[in-house]
Design a binder for this molecule. Structure first.
Ligand code: FAD
Length: 527
């Protein structure tokens, strides 16, 4: 039996693996893809840390709490901001090639909602460089990583998580892994918005849905961050670093209309409104000059050329807001343990109570490392103190036959429909009627799910099967998202209700989805 089973090999999973291994515990990591393909590698703009002399953890904390609109936990935010400094120093020591100032110190750029330049970066490949460095470290430590293993269900015994049942995508067989503690690091659920999201297409809530099915509480699921600048045609992200370095937003009349570096919820709403008024919004970085763009924003330039057919050095870049980050997730305590004993969660799949209603750019990469290390250490301590008493049994299931058959109807069209509904009715602006329509749509789709299935009957590398499982997971979390959005009868941060545009004191609380019901909890007390 492994001490710690980690599901997910993005920045959060790999940080947790390194910290757990350092305690002497045995660690096994599984991932449905390959570590180098985790969404973390798409992060461009930077990772926050108050390194500069004009900055301090207190300023970082103030900015984070302000963006969070009153529902982040100051204690959790304080630890993120204070421990963030050592987290970035550690990344530097283990080899992340951060861009440098002339004096050799790590260079930092401004991102929205930050009062000083705080985001450390590696050109605009920050997540890629961090992920590859962490993966190198895991390989050097000989941490066992099993690729192409899809988490199906958690094994919970007497209220305690003791392992997982997994589909081996290569063979089509199910495998059972027991462990003394389990860490979920499976990423968020931006995939709900399909082509209207900047996310990797396989960001599909798998860990959140598995935890929820096992009885875990979910937190703040209604808060979905829309990034202001994705390419108009493809939703591919153009990082905030483009505005951080001095880029402008202009409307169809080439006029600036908003503070480009306000928090993301405000900028996204301003763009959304401007798109409705003038019909087009562009990012303008031409004045930064070709040499600077090539040096500081090379990836942004390549992406704009490739996916929009424009060169930002000489042309305006058409943009629109797109779903980008899911602030909510599995509820965890200060040790990153979920409401299920022995089950830890970290990274975008968890709600560490630091983002509240709106995440500050650069704070997600930071949370992966700070809380990833914390999850690894705490899961190891838990494993050291708790023997595995559960009797083990192999769970062999022919899941292929469950989803194939001549009577099964396809799901791809429904998946697309779900994302359309979410973008329109559970998007940047929401109101009761649209949310109610979305809920009815989700309930109807859930009822149809048993009749849906796949055509491909091959066991080996059945990607249709994997995509169907992902669709089921998205559909599972769709309900808590809409229910929480309906229950929160106010506007706050990324959750903007056109029918209730003001924030209300009674909702200055986290929403908790448990046993099909949404509760509001403040300082641990039900409201
Ligand atoms: C385009 C883009 C740019 C961004 N830029 C920034 C930035 O500049 N700064 C910043 O702070 N944040 C940024 N973010 C946000 C940040 O990148 C993510 O929040 C963060 O990387 C999530 O990391 P994670 O480790 O939690 O999950 P991920 O990196 O998504 O990794 C999830 C892991 O879980 C595995 N997994 C998922 N489901 C299963 C399953 N069923 N079975 C087995 N394994 C599974 C996946 O294979 C993967 O290994 C950006 C996000 C995007 C999309």
């Amino acid at each position: 039996v492994t001490d710690i089973l980690i599901v997910g090999a993005g920045g959060a999973g790999l940080s947790a693996a390194l910290a757990a291994q350092e305690t002497g515990a045995s660690v096994k990591v599984i991932t449905k893809s390959y570590p180098t393909r985790a969404q973390t590698c798409m992060a461009q703009g930077g990772i926050n840390a108050a390194l500069g002399i004009q900055d301090s953890p207190k300023y970082h904390m103030d900015d984070t709490l302000k963006a969070a609109c009153g529902i982040a936990d100051p204690v959790a935010v304080q630890s993120l901001c204070e421990e963030g400094i050592e987290a970035v120093r550690w990344l530097d020591r283990v080899g992340v090639p951060f861009s440098r100032q002339e004096d050799g110190n790590i260079a930092q750029r401004g991102l929205g909602g930050a009062q000083v330049k705080r985001a450390c970066y590696a050109k605009d490949y920050t997540g890629l460089k961090i992920l590859h460095t962490l993966y190198d470290c895991c390989n050097a430590e000989e941490i066992e990583i099993l690729n192409e293993r899809f988490l199906l269900e958690l094994i919970v015994c007497d209220g305690r998580a003791v392992g997982a049942v997994v589909l081996n995508i290569k063979t089509g067989e199910t495998e059972t892994y027991y462990a003394k503690s389990v860490i979920l690091a499976t990423g968020g659920f931006g995939g709900l918005y399909g082509k209207y999201a900047t996310n990797a297409t396989n960001t599909t809530a798998d860990g959140i849905a598995a935890a929820w099915r096992a009885g875990a509480r979910l937190s703040n699921m209604e808060f979905i961050q829309f990034h202001p600048t994705s390419l108009a045609k493809s939703s591919v992200l153009i990082s905030e670093s483009a505005r951080g370095e001095g880029g402008y937003l202009v409307n169809a009349f080439k006029e600036r209309f908003t503070d480009e570096l306000a928090p993301r919820d405000k900028v996204s709403r301003a763009i959304y409104e401007e798109l409705q008024k003038s019909g087009a919004v562009y990012l303008d970085i031409r004045h930064l000059g070709e040499a600077f763009i090539e040096e500081a924003l090379p990836q942004e330039r390549k992406l704009a050329k490739l996916y929009e057919g424009v060169d930002p050095a000489s042309e305006l870049v058409p943009i629109k807001p797109a779903a980008h980050y899911t602030m909510g997730g599995i509820e965890v305590d200060d040790k990153t343990q979920s409401s299920i004993e022995g089950l830890f969660a970290v990274g975008e799949c968890a709600d560490h109570r630091v983002h509240g209603a709106n995440r500050l750019g650069g704070n997600s990469l930071l949370e992966l490392v700070v809380f990833g290390k914390r999850a690894g250490k705490n899961a190891a301590a838990y494993a050291a103190n708790n023997m595995l008493t559960c009797s083990k049994k192999e769970c062999q299931e022919d899941i292929l036959s469950r989803f194939t058959g001549h009577d099964k109807v396809g799901f791809y069209e429904q998946k697309e429909h779900l994302s359309e509904i979410f973008y329109k009715k559970v998007g940047i602006k929401r109101e009761a009627k649209g949310l109610q329509d979305a809920l009815e749509f989700v309930k109807a789709l859930q009822a149809k799910l048993p009749k849906m299935g796949i055509k491909d009957t091959n066991k080996v590398y059945n990607t249709e099967l994997v995509e169907f499982l992902e669709f089921g997971n998205l559909l599972a979390v769709a309900e808590p998202v809409v229910r929480a959005a309906l229950a929160r009868e106010e506007s706050r941060g990324a959750h903007f209700r056109e029918d209730m545009p003001l924030s209300k004191e009674e909702y200055q609380a986290r929403s908790i989805f448990v046993a099909g019901e949404t509760l509001f909890v403040k300082d641990g007390v039900k409201q």
